[in-house]
Ligand binder design. Structure first.
Ligand SMILES: Nc1ncnc2c1ncn2[C@@H]1O[C@H](COP(=O)(O)OP(=O)(O)O)[C@@H](O)[C@H]1O
Ligand SMILES: Cc1ncsc1CCOP(=O)(O)O
Ligand SMILES: [Mg+2]
Length: 280
C-alpha cells in the first residue's frame, strides 16, 4: 500500500473502532429515547431502537412531558403525520429537552409539502435541535424555507445534491445536519463527512429514514459531545444492518425483518470490517 492508502486504511479503522464503541455503549447503557413520531413509523422506530440496545418510549401527550422528557436520555421529534393538535407538544418537549441539556433530533419529513408543515419545521428549528436528519429534498426545502416543490415524503434529490443546503442550514441553525441517501452526508457547516454504508432497497421500506433519525438520538444519548462523528456512526451502523439484512432478503418486506435481526446481532468484527466513513 502507498502512504495515501495506508492513511485511508488507518482512518477507516479509527472510524470502525469509534462506531463499535458507541454501539457498545448504547447496548450497555440502554438509553431511554422519547419519540414523538408519526403513526407510520412507530413500530419500526421502536424495534430499531430496541434492536440497537436502546429503550424507546412513544410518548407525546403534553400533560406527561414535564414528568417524562427531562428524564429521557434523548428526544426524537418527527413531523411525518403532523397535525395542529400535536405541534404544541412537539415544541414543549423540545424546550424541556433543551432546558435539561438532553440531545434532541428533528426529522423534517416532507418539510416542503405544505406551508403549515414548513412553518412547524422552522419553529422547531428555532428550538435548537442537536441534529436534523432528512433526505435530500427535505434538507434542500428546509434550507430554503421553500414549499415550491410541494413534495411527498420521498426524495427527488440525491444526498449529494444537498451538500451546500446542508452546510448552510447547519451554519444558520447551529445544528448538525445529516442528509441520507446512497452516501449519507453529515456536516457541522464546515466539515463534511460521508457514510457509505447501506443498500438502495432500504428506501423501499417506509420509515427507514425515521428509524435512522431515532438511532442517531440513541447514539447522541451516549455521546452528545461529538455529535458530528456520532451521527455518522449511527448512519453507518444502520446501513451495515441493511447490507447484512440484504444478504438474506427477497424484497422490502423481508429486508425489513432481516435488517432488524442484523442490527440486533452486529458484532465488533462485522462493524470494524464494514464501516465506510470518510471525510469528504
Ligand atoms: N441508494 C441508497 N443506497 C444505500 N443506502 C440508502 C440509499 N438510499 C437510502 N439509503 C439508506 O436508507 C435509509 C433511509 O434513507 P432515505 O430513504 O434517504 O430517508 P427517508 O426515508 O427519510 O426518505 C438511510 O439509512 C439511508 O442511508
Ligand atoms: C409515508 C409517510 N407518511 C407520513 S410519515 C411517512 C413515513 C415516512 O418515513 P420515512 O421518511 O422514513 O420514509
Ligand atoms: Mg423521511
Amino acid at each position: 500500500m502507498n502512504s495515501k492508502q495506508k492513511e485511508d486504511e488507518e482512518q477507516r479503522r479509527r472510524w470502525g473502532a469509534r462506531t463499535w464503541s458507541t454501539l457498545a455503549a448504547v447496548r450497555s447503557r440502554s438509553p431511554l429515547i422519547q419519540c414523538i413520531t408519526n403513526f407510520v413509523s412507530m413500530d419500526l422506530v421502536a424495534n430499531t431502537l430496541l434492536s440497537a440496545g436502546a429503550s424507546p418510549a412513544m410518548l407525546h401527550s403534553i400533560e406527561e412531558l414535564p414528568d417524562f422528557t427531562p428524564n429521557a436520555d434523548a428526544l426524537c421529534i418527527n413531523v411525518g403525520t403532523l397535525s395542529a393538535a400535536w405541534l404544541p407538544a412537539m415544541k414543549f418537549a423540545a424546550e424541556l429537552a433543551l432546558k435539561a441539556g438532553k440531545p434532541w433530533v428533528l426529522d423534517p419529513v416532507a418539510a416542503g409539502a405544505s406551508k403549515f408543515r414548513m412553518m412547524a419545521c422552522l419553529e422547531l428549528m428555532q428550538l435548537k435541535p442537536t441534529v436534523v436528519r432528512g433526505n435530500g429534498s427535505e434538507i434542500i426545502a428546509l434550507s430554503k424555507a421553500s414549499t415550491e416543490s410541494s413534495m411527498g415524503v420521498d426524495s427527488s434529490h440525491e444526498s449529494t445534491d444537498a451538500v451546500e443546503a446542508a452546510k448552510s442550514l447547519a451554519q444558520n441553525s447551529g445544528a448538525i445536519v445529516a442528509v441520507s441517501g446512497a452516501v449519507d452526508i453529515v456536516t457541522d457547516g464546515k466539515q463534511v463527512i460521508g457514510a457509505h454504508n447501506g443498500v438502495a432497497m432500504m428506501q423501499k421500506i417506509t420509515a427507514t429514514g425515521c428509524s435512522v433519525t431515532a438511532l442517531i438520538a440513541a447514539f447522541l444519548a451516549v455521546d452528545q459531545l461529538h455529535a458530528l462523528e456520532t451521527t455518522a456512526s449511527a448512519l453507518s451502523i444502520f446501513g451495515i444492518a441493511g447490507e447484512m439484512g440484504m444478504d438474506a432478503a427477497k424484497g422490502p418486506a423481508s429486508l425489513r425483518t432481516h435488517l432488524i435481526d442484523s442490527l440486533y446481532g452486529l458484532d465488533e468484527a462485522a462493524v470494524i470490517s464494514r464501516v465506510k466513513i470518510a471525510s469528504l
